[in-house]
Design a protein around this ligand. Structure first.
Ligand code: NAD
Length: 455
């Protein structure tokens, strides 16, 4: 559908009130869930074609999380959408106060390549659950998944309700030129700035789910074997192309040797020969393989370091003797390469971490409760984990998102419903009693009463 025509139809549909009924929203969410279940083989195959993703990760980190999110919205929407009672001050007697959750209107969702199904459909669940109409623009880098998303959406929604618009940067720019009631963008911080600039033209509110360099600090009292396993799992999930993946690691000098050994063993135990392992995800394209290969130049390889642009492969890689000024420490890696640096002083390493932009996630491994507390208080990131990585993303009872350079706004579960809703404050009052307090001519006695009430 042409943009203007689509816009008019969606606006008309929204103002018809068709999305206001909660029961009907639940029906749509259920339909979407059923349809996704039926499409599981097609989604899995598309993810294999686009990213070389195996079926376990396709389900555990994309389809399954979307189904889980849908179930939560279906179960809780009635409760979330109910107007909440608020207190009313005495001077407003006999009013009653409420907070209503209203849909925003027409929203735009732009998604990235790395979890192309999850990050397009995940936000859409919140948009629909909150009663909006939406346009979804999936990534052009994962065309097979984008086609399946379009198929699913067309089966469940009319285009005036939800439409999928395919295309690359040009299409994205055209969409950004339109007027929206909210833009929900997931992608790089670089493009996030472009999105925000476009949004300012119409004072459109934005949610920016961005990336960054997520630090992991492993202390000398950590459970090293478990830490190594968990970190290598989180780093190599989706071949490191996760916004919450550990980006660089600081390990205490006293335990670095053994810890590196544990990490190396975990890689071999998990992946055997990753190049031929169909469960090890590929890199999105040859150009990205070249970018990653460049980052491995002139650094000390502890493990891995292989790449093949034709087969879109980069091997799990550990780098040591990394300097803070090397190019790998200057940009988000977004691949299966982990630079490992050493530290001696816990408080100094926190200062070093804090010199960088605020990341999306920060991770600390230690058994010391005091130091855990210190880490949580003195580092700043979208979210954080103690003694684990990545898993917090899958807990939809926790709002997820960045801070500063890693983003604006939180979603998942109720957070998704809230971020696509407007909280409208409402007071309802009666005309039976009409206290004279507020009306002129103002009287001294009333003035004193006012001082008392507003004390
Ligand atoms: P990207 O920013 O290159 O692209 C994301 C989307 O923006 C795509 O749909 C693309 O078509 C569009 N786009 C690209 N350039 C544009 C431009 N100049 N103008 C308008 N639109 C444009 O991101 P990517 O490479 O697909 O994804 C990787 C990035 O996303 C990483 O930085 C990662 O950390 C981040 N990410 C963040 C989250 C999160 O939840 N915070 C999740 C996944 C990925």
């Amino acid at each position: 559908m042409k943009e203007d025509k689509l816009r008019n139809k969606q606006v008309q549909f929204f103002y018809s009130g068709a999305t206001l009924d909660i029961k009907s929203r639940i029906v749509y969410l259920k339909k979407l869930k059923e349809c996704i279940k039926n499409y599981e083989p097609q989604i899995t195959e598309a993810l294999r074609l686009d990213l070389g993703k195996g079926s376990f990760e396709a389900f555990s980190s994309e389809i399954g999380l979307v189904l889980h999110e849908l179930s939560m919205h279906i179960r809780n929407l009635r409760k979330w959408a109910k107007p909440q009672r608020a207190k009313t001050p005495v001077h407003a007697f006999p009013s009653r106060s409420f907070i209503y959750k209203q849909p925003l209107g027409r929203v735009l969702i732009i998604s990235p390549f790395n979890y192309p199904f999850l990050l397009a459909v995940g936000p859409l669940i919140g948009a629909v659950s909150a009663g909006n109409v939406a346009v979804v623009k999936p990534s052009e880098l994962t065309p097979h998944t984008s086609i399946v998303i379009k198929d699913i959406i067309e089966k469940v929604f009319k285009p005036e309700y939800v439409e999928v618009v395919q295309g690359g940067v040009d299409v994205s720019r055209q969409l950004l030129d339109e007027r929206w009631d909210k833009i929900f963008f997931t992608g790089s911080s670089r493009v996030g700035k472009i999105v925000m600039e476009a949004a300012t033209r119409n004072l459109t509110p934005v949610v920016l789910e961005l990336g960054g360099k997520n630090p992991v600090v492993v202390d000398n009292d950590a459970n090293l074997e478990v830490a190594a396993r968990r970190i290598m799992w989180g780093k190599l999930l989706n071949a490191g192309q996760s916004c919450v993946a550990p980006d660089y690691l600081y390990v205490h000098k006293d335990v670095s040797k053994i810890f590196l050994q544990f990490m190396k063993e975990s890689i071999t135990r998990f992946w055997g020969e990753p190049k031929t392992n169909k469960d090890f995800t590929g890199i999105v394209n040859g150009a990205t393989v070249q970018r990653l290969a460049k980052l491995m130049k002139d650094v000390h390889l502890f493990h891995g370091g292989n790449f093949d642009a034709v087969r879109k492969y980069v091997s799990p890689t550990l780098l040591t003797d990394v300097s803070n000024d090397s190019s790998i420490m200057k940009e988000e890696i977004f691949g299966p390469i982990l630079p490992v640096l050493e530290f001696e002083d816990f408080y100094e390493v926190i200062e070093t971490v804090n010199k960088r932009e605020k990341p999306l996630a920060a991770y600390y491994f230690s058994e010391n409760k005091e130091k855990q507390k210190y880490f949580l208080q003195h580092t700043f990131s979208g979210d954080a984990m103690i003694n684990d990585v990545v898993l917090h993303f899958t807990n939809n009872s926790l709002p997820f998102g960045g801070v500063g350079n890693s983003g604006i706004g939180k979603y998942h579960g109720k957070g998704s419903f809230d971020i696509f809703s407007h909280e409208r404050s409402v007071m309802k009052t009666s005309t039976l009693i009409d206290l004279p307090l507020r009306y002129p001519p103002y009287k001294e006695k009333m003035f004193r009463l006012l001082h008392f009430l507003f004390r």
